[in-house]
Design a protein. Structure first.
Length: 264
């Protein structure tokens, strides 16, 4: 791959993050795995080592804390990071804004907005200097419109999508490919736990008609370098076309031209 030799995967302990870690390793990249659960991280790392010959490291960090980005930066000072994948940020509560705590909202804001912004600012600078690199930031279909019970989650995922698209426009001339990966309903352990907690399914029941994590990861890697936004499966692609018939890449170009006319 043109990305590497190291990939940093934030939120790599399970589900979509673990699948991205396996996907990066299968493409020959060494992996730095970041999440807050050390035992789960070590299991993902052991699986990667058993299947590939790449080097793998683990860093335990809570991405909702103010120090998380600095911890990741410090742990990667000796690494040539050519790919950043930011996967963390699910919302397990599905609760009206005023019925939840402001601390829960703050954690979502820090994990979904501040941390990816800080990490992108750090790693993208070195990528621009080298003239190559890739950044993938996970968003969600919740970014398309406000939705009851996920007000903060949807707003943060809108930030992720717009942030990635804008950086694609800014950095693609410097050899850095930025991609916003918009997930629809995807069968992850986190979603299974949420459905079980709400009495909708058993603890290990698959989410019917949902995309698989492997489907989303394969689509993202295939799209990296080809445009600003990837919709992770057929259903979310169809929904996106219904909401906006214009392709996201065209929308970004039109918005960029409009802003340049205004600002010079």
């Amino acid at each position: 791959m043109t990305y590497g030799p190291w990939a940093v995967i934030a939120g790599a302990s399970e589900g979509i993050g673990a699948a991205f870690a396996h996907g990066a390793a299968a493409r020959g990249l060494n992996t730095m795995l970041v999440a807050r659960r050390p035992q789960a991280l070590e299991q993902v790392a052991a699986d990667i080592r058993s299947r590939t010959g790449v080097e793998t490291r683990c860093l335990t960090a809570d991405l909702t804390t103010a120090s998380a980005s600095a911890e990741i930066v410090a742990a990667t000072t000796d690494l040539d990071v050519g790919l950043l994948v930011y996967c963390a940020g699910g919302d397990p509560d599905f609760t009206p804004f005023l019925d939840n705590t402001i601390e829960a909202a703050r954690q979502l804001l820090d994990r979904n907005c501040r941390a990816p912004m800080q990490l992108t600012h750090h790693f993208a600078r070195a990528m621009v200097d080298r003239g190559r690199g890739g950044i993938m930031i996970l968003s969600s279909g919740a970014a398309f419109a406000g939705t009851s019970n996920i007000a903060v989650y949807g707003a943060t995922k809108a930030f992720d999508m717009i942030f990635a698209e804008a950086l694609w426009s800014e950095l693609r001339g410097d050899g850095v490919d930025v991609l916003g990966v918009v997930m629809g309903e995807t069968d992850t352990p986190s979603l299974r736990r949420t459905r079980h907690a709400r009495g909708l399914a058993g603890p290990d029941d698959p989410v019917g008609n949902a995309a698989s994590v492997d489907e989303v990861v394969s689509a993202a890697f295939a799209h990296l370098g080809r445009g600003p936004t990837c919709f992770g499966d057929r259903r979310i692609r169809t929904g996106a076309r219904l909401i906006s018939p214009l392709p996201r890449g065209l929308l970004v170009r039109l918005m960029t031209k409009a802003s340049r006319r205004t600002m010079g």
